[in-house]
Write a protein that binds this ligand. Sequence first.
Ligand SMILES: NC(=O)c1ccc[n+]([C@@H]2O[C@H](COP(=O)([O-])OP(=O)(O)OC[C@H]3O[C@@H](n4cnc5c(N)ncnc54)[C@H](O)[C@@H]3O)[C@@H](O)[C@H]2O)c1
Length: 369
Amino acid sequence: MTRDSTATAATTPPFATTATAAPFATVTTPGPLRAVVIGAGFMGRHWARELAAHPDVTQVGWVDQDTDRIAEALREQQGEQQGAVRTGTDLAAVLAAEQPDLVINSTTPAAHLAVTTAALAHGCAVLTEKPMAMNLAEARALVEVAERTGRLLAVNQDRRQLAGVAALREAARRLAPLTRLEIDFRLPHQAGPYVHLWDEPLLREMAIHLFDAARSVTGADAVSAFGRTYRTPWSWYPGNCSADVLFEMEGDLAFAFTGCWTARSAFTSWSGSWYLEGAGGCARWDGVTAPVLTAARGENEPEPPAVPLPVAIQDSPFPGLAEVLAGFVTALRTGAVPAGECHDNLRSLAMVEAAVASARAGRPLPVER
Ligand SMILES: NC(=O)c1ccc[n+]([C@@H]2O[C@H](COP(=O)([O-])OP(=O)(O)OC[C@H]3O[C@@H](n4cnc5c(N)ncnc54)[C@H](O)[C@@H]3O)[C@@H](O)[C@H]2O)c1
């Protein structure tokens, strides 16, 4: 493990809100970056597959509190890496033995604070699953550890990397100034038992993706949130899994989110259903196929055709993950700030926090910066 320069955040993604990133150490070893995955569940297995496909990364370790899960995951990887990957339940021991450059934290959210802190303190860069932590206060504590240790901490918000979201970012430029964004999300989903630790699982576990993607598409941060959350009478969740939130975004843009994880009909995709309006007309996206753009027209003019926007083909079992990993590796090699960098991600988490607090208070509340 060779770390040399402390790179200053130099690059910013185009047309995206950015908080100031802190300097972080880059890695200049000649061989592939050494990676340890923590968590061998649903996401950990996807990440192991992505690491195996990246030419500049080698997975050297896999930690889970449940050894059966690792064994099962390794069998699923068809034995490709079994000889080379150190496994165990003791995170500190695996880090000490393997000295990885980076850690992928794919544990359940309640473990994010401890696992990410331990990995950063060991000198590793961390790419963590969303949400960065159980709440904004824990996430802020993690950002402080990243600053203190001078290590890169970024959050996987893979929706940003979807071809449809990239097309909407482009559409946003053509429609500007933007006036309104609507995202509807409706699925009947049985999320992992870990979400039951939250009163507001839909907002904290799922909506974070869509709030973050909304920032990425519009280039605007949230100013205030007015939320209402509830349980449908047939809900199988102890917490609230239905929410309506109206955000006031920078630039007088309204962002209306509706979500339901106990939907009975009219299901949307996992990326929701989008309507984006501006002076130039509107863009719509079903979250799956190419977004379509409809140009503005006068009251008595005929409706112009809805024109599909060009989208790149993403042929992957989990679209967006490869792009997230590529950005993180480039960041570690060059010092460029990756999407999902922790300081920027706090602004998406702050939207969740404000929506939850507003629902409790019954009135609009500012979104913290
Ligand atoms: N990016 C996405 O679209 C997406 C999709 C699903 C889940 N997620 C996120 O990924 C994370 C994991 O979700 P999942 O569905 O893979 O959960 P999971 O329950 O399938 O897997 C989590 C694993 O972490 C292990 N674990 C928990 N605490 C640990 C600890 N302290 N040390 C070591 N191992 C520990 C568990 O034993 C389990 O094997 C969550 O943060 C979740 O929000 C992201």
